[in-house]
Design a protein around this ligand. Structure first.
Ligand code: SF4
Length: 381
């Protein structure tokens, strides 16, 4: 779920993109797509001892390198064949935008088939967060979101997601973000795409994110957030995985009339059904659910809607949910603009008045927020 919005004039770009559809080619197999057993089988098929898989996993998941010249514990003669077969280049840095004195970095990645996706790395004084994409474009068609206007192109493979993570981890470890070398603490699936549609790949990705070294990145599931517009079957499936992931439900409106406009999938899974599934998720995992609510001026920011949201959440129990209102960046000329500060304050106060923990989400990097999917559109223009 991208939280960025269409800017004036962008409305015409998606049409141009639809007229010139991109080539879509399935991503080649990559070491990161495989289980530990499959990795050992794959190196054995190249005539290498099975223990090479562990050596390669250590390079990839612990030292964040896929460069054969770094594999000094592997015979030079074997490196090229392994790299060609198991480490195809999946992401190429096409463009980078920085904000917040270089501590927020938005990267446009070129994929092997010419498509593009974005990720955003945000470093804070005591933690760092990466927002990754799970699809090229998105088929959910939320009208305030630039990615939604681009339409859906294809799912990313698990390794295309894991490469976004590895490259961010490498950037942090090398101290390339101001503040010295650091580790990645949090990961959010909030870039391009609706992750629960690409369920199998995001679960392969997540299992590798949380697997202990050397077989994975060793991240805590608690620090991984999966965002959804409310695909009920997907939420139920995720709840049954037995992983304490954080679920973020992009609600954006508490009533079906408006939500069906802002989040068209609401005609399939209503506000009530999405909230019930979110509550079930909390019961299954013990993880408090985040409700994402983009505050859009004169659209969904009325005090009565805050009251209605508070009532609907409390009707499903106490202490299970947290609301994150997200101010949209002001975009003069577009109908999708930020709420007035006083209106935002009132909205938050009303929710808190209902006893709902509410935190206005950081709009860090808003000056490079040129909208998820928009960089790709710019390149195509
Ligand atoms: S679900 Fe898709 S269209 Fe809707 S806000 Fe998220 S990325 Fe945009």
């Amino acid at each position: 779920m991208a939280t960025t919005q269409v800017r004036p004039g962008d409305e015409t770009k998606p049409v141009a993109l639809q007229m010139a559809p991109r080539r879509v080619v399935k991503a080649p197999r990559h070491f990161a797509d495989l289980s530990a057993e499959e990795r050992a089988d794959a190196v054995a098929a190249l005539g290498q001892p099975r223990f090479r898989a562990k050596q390669l996993a250590t390079h990839y998941f612990t030292h964040f390198t896929a460069d054969p010249t770094d594999w000094t514990d592997i015979p030079a003669a074997a490196r090229e064949a392994i790299a060609t077969d198991l480490f195809p280049v999946l992401l190429t840095r096409r463009k980078e935008l920085k904000a917040d004195k270089g501590t927020t970095v938005k990267t446009l990645w070129g994929l092997h088939d010419g498509n593009r996706v974005e990720s955003v790395l945000m470093r804070y004084p005591r933690r760092s967060t990466l927002c990754i994409s799970s699809q090229v474009g998105c088929g959910m068609a939320c009208p305030f979101c630039a990615t939604g206007q681009l339409g859906f192109t294809r799912n990313l493979s698990a390794s295309e997601m894991l490469e976004q993570v590895r490259l961010a981890m490498r950037t942090l470890a090398l101290g390339e973000i101001p503040g010295g070398p650091a580790r990645l603490n949090n990961l959010v699936f909030m870039g391009e795409g609706e992750g629960l549609i690409n369920y199998r790949a995001i679960m392969t990705c997540i299992r590798t994110l949380v697997a202990d070294a050397p077989h994975g990145f060793g991240m805590s599931a608690r620090n991984i957030t999966v965002s959804t517009v409310g695909l009920v079957p997907g939420i139920n499936k995720l709840a049954a995985e037995g992983l304490p992931l954080t679920l973020a439900l992009s609600l954006h409106a508490p009533d079906d009339d408006l939500r069906s406009e802002l989040v068209p999938i609401n005609t399939r899974f209503s506000v009530g059904e999405a909230l019930d599934a979110a509550r079930t998720y909390y019961e299954a995992t013990g993880r408090r659910v985040s409700i994402e609510y983009a505050l859009i001026k004169d659209m969904n920011d009325q005090a009565w809607r805050a009251d209605l949201l508070g009532k609907k959440l409390n009707a499903r129990g106490r202490g299970w949910v947290h609301v994150n209102p997200i101010p949209l960046n002001p975009t003069p000329g577009s109908i999708w603009t930020a709420s007035e500060r006083a209106v935002e304050d009132e909205f938050v106060a009303r929710l808190r008045g209902h006893g709902i923990p509410t935190t206005v989400r950081d709009t860090r990097g808003s000056d490079i927020d040129g909208a998820c999917g928009q960089l790709a559109a710019e390149e195509d223009a």
